[in-house]
Design a binder for this molecule. Structure first.
Ligand code: 5GP
Ligand code: ZN
Length: 116
């Protein structure tokens, strides 16, 4: 997919509106448009990486940073202590619907099903 057409590239560049909770040079965190729990945040690399399958060695630090930002978000959202789920879906069987790698952070209620 052409990054010019990519929804999450557009959100990270501010070309499409989203509720952005955190942004730095490497990643952007924003609220999911269809939350499955009281807190449902997506954290994406600003670089267009389609999925874990397309990850390159140079992306290792960015993905580590994604999880460190997840920690900050869970503190801000006050779900760090109660707990949450962090999910990266890949490909058709994984249920990936947007072809730009994203980490779901889902919490704020007890979760039973895999996606809340
Ligand atoms: P996936 O199924 O690919 O793991 O997750 C994609 C997520 O992106 C879904 O939870 C969906 O609700 C969310 N999403 C899709 N389109 C938009 C959008 O335009 N804005 C925001 N904020 N989230 C979106
Ligand atoms: Zn993209």
């Amino acid at each position: 997919m052409n990054p010019e057409q990519c929804l999450f590239c557009k959100i990270s560049k501010g070309e499409i509106k989203a509720t952005i909770l955190y942004q730095d040079a490497a990643v952007t965190a924003f609220r999911d448009i269809h939350p499955v729990a009281p807190t449902h945040v997506l954290i994406v690399p600003n670089k267009h990486i389609q999925s874990i399958n397309e990850m390159e060695a140079e992306d290792e630090l960015i993905l580590g940073h994604l999880f460190f930002v997840a920690k900050k978000i869970t503190q801000q959202e006050n779900i760090a202590e109660s707990g949450y789920r962090s999910i990266i879906n890949t490909g058709v069987h994984g249920g990936q619907t947007v072809s730009h790698l994203h980490l779901h952070i889902i919490g704020g209620k007890p979760l039973r099903e895999p996606m809340g």
